[in-house]
Design a protein around this ligand. Sequence first.
Ligand code: GUN
Length: 307
Amino acid sequence: MTKKAQIIDGRAISKEVLDEVRKEAAGFAAQHGRPPGLAVVLAGEDPASGVYVRMKTRACGDCGIESFSHSPPGDTTTDELLGLIDKLNDDENVDGILVQLPLPDQIDTRQVLDRVLPAKDVDGFHPVNVGRLVRGDDNVLLPCTPVGVMKLLDSAGVDPHGKRAVVIGRSDIVGKPIAMLLLHRHATVTICHSRTPDLPGVAREADILIAAVGRPLMVRRDWIKEGAVVIDVGTNQLTEENAPEEILSIPGKRADFEKKGYTLVGDVALDADQVAGMLTLSPGGVGPMTIASLMSNAVKAAVWRKT
Ligand code: GUN
């Protein structure tokens, strides 16, 4: 019988992080007479963004962080958003500012993200924080998903030192920063993307394989080296119409379609657990860690602003 991979449980590990954040937020509130504050900006009506933002504001309530929600309409302008960011930058009760992406098409996203004070940039998207990440500085707010991935590896006892790490995906939010964090921890890192020749062959070299492409089940079982650690960053929404048969045949998925109209799957094939040594599931792996890291960054920003 084939041995099944150990599951790295993002839900359980995120709860531990949130317990710690709750204590830190309470300590901050006791010292400063107000809780840490996080402003959440959701421009427009993108349904997936709406779901994520609700999860983030709920997590704030759960941790003792005050959330300030701002929902400009879908036809808002870059200037209006810049005005909102200026107000939040000046607001003493706002320690962190999160601008949910993607922004509507007419918005100059770079200009908006660059306007957030680096000290309030809980997403780690500002060029100052990106530069600090690349340099390996301590006084940096790091992007939430990459931090969550590193925490998963640490909690599972996986030390990247001397390992071959392969990151599939080169986004500014996930692929590039994860690669940098792995590099700082002394992994030998390869970043792959749509133009990489023989992607399966490169993936098979990985001791640590990070799938961050946003393509349902793209990473097949035979892309994975026996015993590798596989982290699935993908959270892809599929409807019954566009779901492949391998999804439709999973127990529970049809119930998802009936209840929610969609189901979620990762970037990694479901039988990867027959080959990998350890892996995360999606949902239930990286997603909860992203939110926990955001909460952690919000408290960190609050504490740093006061010291
Ligand atoms: N959209 C998708 N992922 C993210 C994220 O980590 N932060 C923000 N602000 N928007 C996102």
